[in-house]
Structures are given as structure tokens and as C-alpha cells.
Design a protein around this ligand. Sequence first.
Ligand code: NAP
Length: 442
Amino acid sequence: MTELRTLKVALLGCGNVGAQVARILIEDADTLAARAGAKLQLSGIAVRDVHAKRDVDLPQDLFTTDADTLVKDADLVIELMGGIEPARTLILSALRNGACVVTGNKALVAQDGPTLHEEADKAGVQLSYEAAVAGAIPILRPIRDSLAGDRITRVLGIVNGTTNFILDQMDTTGAQFADALAEAQRLGYAEADPTADVEGHDAAAKAAILASLSFHTRFALENVHCEGITSVTAADIAAAKDAGFVIKLLAIAEKLPAAGTDADGGEGVSVRVHPTLLPREHPLAAVHGAFNAVFIEAENAGELMFYGQGAGGTPTASAVLGDLVSAARSLVLGGPGRTETTTGQVSALPIDAAVTSYYIGLDVADQPGVLARIAQLFAEHGVSIEIMRQTIHRDAESNVESAELRIVTHRASEAALAATVEAVKGLDVINSVTSVLRVEGV
Ligand code: NAP
């Protein structure tokens, strides 16, 4: 048997994910060599503090603070430091040196993906980032490779475990957002500063990456409309539950006819992150706790769902090592490193052009003819009603009756819905609009 060649692997970062990657690289060296067709030799680990206590026992002589030198001498570079700099500079330097790069850095890929891909293409090496979206779940490679012969029409993803945990807690226990967040923090599902998760920024970076690969067009972070979950109340969740829905924070990328936004009548892609009502029987409604899942609709494949752990050191390391073996194979076989196609010519649509169903909660006066007036107003704005349900309340003190009205619409444009809600607010029989939430999967 011929001796396998050795490829030098530089690891940048040894935190939650990096430490597990280092452990598996050492423990499973023989298996990984057999699968890659080359020995993967961990040549060093760049960190800030070489003496810090690590989750895993690793040879002390592997650690260095000199990431620049480590990168210069590597065939494969794994970036697991996070943040924009120095990760960006180190990745660009690795690619320019002809090394393949594997990263889990969603923020960097969403912000600077085009520059990184350009550099990788120039050098003819692989740049891969399976771990950047939905942790352990193989989702980017299936979109890029397995579905390369199909046309994806829609992607719906639960891609942030923290917010899924919080919404699931609110749904199962009736808790308010603040209490569910505190519980998530106590259990280690949410950071002390949860802003990036609860405001939807983390999911937005993943939405940009999913949309770019699904529609073969580069979508930047600013193309993603982003709303978090901080304004979702226990009352919203209870009302949704009562109507047969569950509320999830979804990353959505879908192809729409770009009527009114594109002079040529071409297609556009709406990329957005917002709390969304899903029917309880939708496959994504069964994704509980901190789990992630991505639901894809493609012209030929139909509906597909990918489910699993969206975070955690060892699960995420699985995705990193999958990318590493694939990159090593490309070096052994000497194939091209192209990882992304941008042949799609679709434009990013503004949020006004998004088309979806809506749930609207209204507190109305309990008077004859109210339902008819509201229904007529919706019709005048071209928004058709699928379900309208009324519940009567009597205030114990004043003895005044009011009605709670719950409306689910057919698919309508965001602009038409916004105009309808404004007009509804102007009716003298409306006490308040209690909620307006988007609905998918009906
Ligand atoms: P982490 O626990 O914070 O670890 C970061 C590591 O990078 C630490 O070892 C740190 O060194 C090192 N580092 C940071 N800045 C550095 C610098 N300027 N120079 C040298 N070393 C530096 O991060 P993580 O949770 O493992 O995440 C790593 C990446 O994977 C991030 O991009 C994250 O978004 C992504 N990711 C994480 C998960 C997850 O479940 N954690 C899931 C999917 C993707 P010291 O240890 O010396 O401080």
C-alpha cells in the first residue's frame, strides 16, 4: 500500500467548538486519514492565552499565539475564533497561500462572503462553512451539491436554538418572554447578552447564507429584513395556540414574482427573519427546545426537512470535520476548489413585496354589523380573509361587552396588509389591534 501524504492542519481557536475539533482530529486520526486519503496532522492551535484551561486535554506544544505563522505553513486552515478580525485577515492570508479554509463564522461569511469566495476561486481552493448554519445539520452541502440539479423555491429555517427554546418555553408553560429568556440563560441556552439571538441578528446572517446558496445569487446582510422575538407576548402565543398555530422565529428565503419592483417583471427573492405562525401540524412546529431544522421546497424534489442540533461543541465539530475531509480530498485529487455558484440573476426584494398570510388580533366593540364592516375593508384592500373568529368578553366592573376578533388572511403582500391594518385602526368600532403576525404553511 502506498504511504498516504500528510496535510498540515492549522486550527485557529480552541473554545467550545475548536477544542472538540482538536480532540477528534487526534483521537480519530486513522479514520479521518482513510476517509480523506491523506493524514491530517494538527500542526498547531492559535489562541489568545496558551495557558488557559481547556475543555479537552491537548498537547501543550501545539498552542501558540502566533496565528500568522501557523497559517503560512498550513495546507488546511480551520477558523473557529469567531468575530470579524483577525479571522478575516487570517482566512484571506490562508486562501492566498493556497490553503483550503473551513470556518464556522456566520457573521464573517454573511458580511464578507463575496470577498472570501473571490479569493478562494482565484487560488482554486475550497472555502467551506457548513457549521455556520444550523450547527451539526448538513444543510449547505445538500443545497449546494445534492440539489444542484433542482430549483429551490422556498427555504424556511429554525436556525437559532436560543429563540426556539424561548418560544417553545412560552408555548408549553405560558411564560412571558422575560421569564422564558431568564430560564434559557439559567440553562446555558442564552448568553448573558442575548441581543444577537433575540433580536434575530444571528438568524439573519444564516438567512443571508441560505438564500445565497439556494438562489445562486449573493445576498448581503442588508438584504435581509430582520425582526426578533422581544415583542412576542404570552397573549400572542396563547391566541396562536387557541387558533391551532405555534409561533416560531423563521429565517425565510423565497422566490416571488417581482411584480412592481422589477421593470422587466423578473423574479425576486424575499429574504427575511421574523416571528411566524405555523399550523401545529407543520413539520417545523414539531421542532422543540434548542433544536434547529430547515424545511426546503424544490421544484422537483418537493418538500425536504433537515433536523438536528444547531449548536454545541461536539455536534458543531462534526460539521467542521465533514468540511475538512472534503477539502483534504480536493487537495489529494487536485480538483477545482469552486464552492459557490452565482449564476442566478434574481434581485433581493424589499419587505413590502413579501407575500404571506397574516394573523390579526382585534379588540372590537360588540355591535351589530362590525364583522361585515371589517370584512368589507379587507376586501377593499385586496386582502382576502380565510378564517374569522369572534370571542365575546364582558368586563366584570363596567359590565361592557367587547369582542376579540381573530383573523387569518390568505396570502397577501406586506404592503396591502399594512394598508389594511392602518384602515382598520381608523374604524370607530376598533378598540385596538392586539397583534399582527405573519403565517406560513397554511
Ligand atoms: P469560543 O468558545 O468563544 O472560542 C473562541 C476561541 O478563539 C478561543 O479559544 C479563543 O482563545 C480564540 N480566539 C479568539 N480571538 C482570538 C484572537 N484574536 N487570536 C487568537 N485566538 C483567538 O467560540 P466557539 O463557541 O467555539 O465558536 C467558534 C466559531 O464557531 C464562531 O464563529 C461561532 O459563531 C461558530 N459556531 C459556534 C457554535 C457553537 O455551538 N459554539 C455553533 C456553530 C458555529 P482563548 O481560548 O485563548 O481565549
